[in-house]
Design a protein around this ligand. Sequence first.
Ligand code: B12
Ligand code: SF4
Length: 523
Amino acid sequence: MKILLYNPDNGVTRNFMPHLWMFLLQALTPPEHEVILIDGNAKAMSDEEIVEFAREQGVGLVGIGAMTRMVAKAYRVADALRAAGFKVVMGGPHVTECPDEALGRDGGPRHADAVALGEADETWPLIVADAARGELKDTYEPERDAKGNDKKPSLQPYPHIPWETLDLDQFSLVPGFVRPLLSRMGGGWGKFFVVPIETGRGCPYGCEFCTVTGFFGDSIRFRSNESVVEELLRLKERARRERGQVAVFFIDDNLAINVKRVKSLLRDIIAAGAQLPWVAQISANLLRDEELCDLIAESGGKWVFIGMESIDPRNMADVNKNFSKPSEYGAVLERLARRNVYAITSFIFGMDNDEVGVAERTVREIESWPPGLPVFGQLTPFPATPLYERLERAGRLARPKHWLDFAPFVMAHAPLKMSIEEARMETRRAWEASYSPERNRQAVESIKDHHIKYRISVFVARLFFRGIYFPQMTRRAWLRLLYENRRTISSLAREGFSKWRASRRRASEVSAAVTTPAASSGD
Ligand code: B12
Ligand code: SF4
């Protein structure tokens, strides 16, 4: 049987990385079946095109996974596929939280033939077998233990994802029109992939807005160090063979949740020479540890994603994230920047103590820190989170099923001290101020004592990250962006060129110095 796994796009911007669940389920599919992957973020397709594709390929089962944010699109595609006679199974966080919606048991239309609840590592082969026999059940869920809790996959052993042979072309981050030029320049920049790797699952912290503690449980499970190192080595070998650039996103919710374990993993990566440039999520409280920061840098860590959420401690208390202290953020970023590791700092606006002006205050604070990549979202009540329940109880949900009429950056409830529209404007202001050409220039300038390669990487990352808010999917949008940032580009290019010439000159001086005595020794 042919199986199509589809991840819908978010309808706004492109994700910079493919989703792990597709590769994982592909690896867990019994070998007699063939699995095709389509990620809408990389390959945008209309509903009709997907149906046509499934027809041409003779697909026997379609699996769709979606976050809440993309679920409306996921349902639309599922409806089109089911209307054309295909069987559709849906999985992922949203349908786990709202299975009745997907199965049409809440009074709405049915979108899926079956739903996979929770982690599907063990149920997926059963789903495939049932589908092949034409006996799909409505719901698949993990087995329960004696206490009635889901049995969670131990991650040991971990499935083999054949990164070394998978066709990743649809996921290359280099815009098509500059690929030929960059390929000719060498250095492997004609292709650049960010590959998701997990080393563990689960987070016990239970922040109010987060689905992770509920979905993955508060028991944390880790892969063995050997299996992570082995996966990295295979990726590194692929990058070398294809002369491409590969970076890794360790998608664990909090890579350092067990500090002893992560240190041992990073040491093993270093010992095996398995370093690739990597990004990971780590909460600020765990980055006080100097030794951990050394190991991050030495093992290839380049960017750390930190959920800072707010610079107001009252907001942090409201969302049960008191363990992360805004007063420490600057010091944490300094500690990382000293090692040429930078941070993606994530903020949430629309918390109950935010008022008009929150964007300006936050941006000003951010500008006093080493440069990073700030991202700004809004407090969103995802179903089954404590936040959703609190707002529902208080009758504050303006759009209780906000995901069915998804509108980017429009909150589903009004914060106490701002309107929904004001929250949207604050978010816009923060993005505009943080990624203006002037701010990009200042950010690069503020680390002028760092090696040029770090300044270039901070600058390039800023150009890409801007795209999370301001869609820059077309060639025209990219060219405009490059034009707007021409001052920074030309100053980095000038400096890079003169450094390159100086290093060539030094190299030829050294080789002359080496050959002269050798020649004279023959006299
Ligand atoms: C990596 C990641 C990202 C990446 C992008 C996603 C990517 N390309 O991988 C980045 C950093 C860009 C990102 C961004 C966002 N993310 Co995010 N992200 C994650 C993270 C940390 C890991 C995802 C992952 O790969 N997990 C590991 C895999 C194995 O788990 P899984 O995807 O759940 O899949 C398992 C099951 O769900 C199931 N399954 C999944 N799909 C399917 C499909 C089928 C057919 C079947 C049978 C089974 C199945 O099987 C898998 C194996 O067990 C998760 C948290 C987490 N730990 O999952 C949050 C998470 C998915 N993100 C979340 C959110 C909210 C966001 C943002 C909206 C945040 C924001 N405010 O901007 C953005 C939106 C992105 C966008 N473009 O629209 C929420 C989603 C909650 C929800 N109910 O939708 C999560 C759960 C975290 C949270 N705080 O609650 N994210
Ligand atoms: S620390 Fe991160 S993953 Fe853990 S509960 Fe809080 S927001 Fe979720």
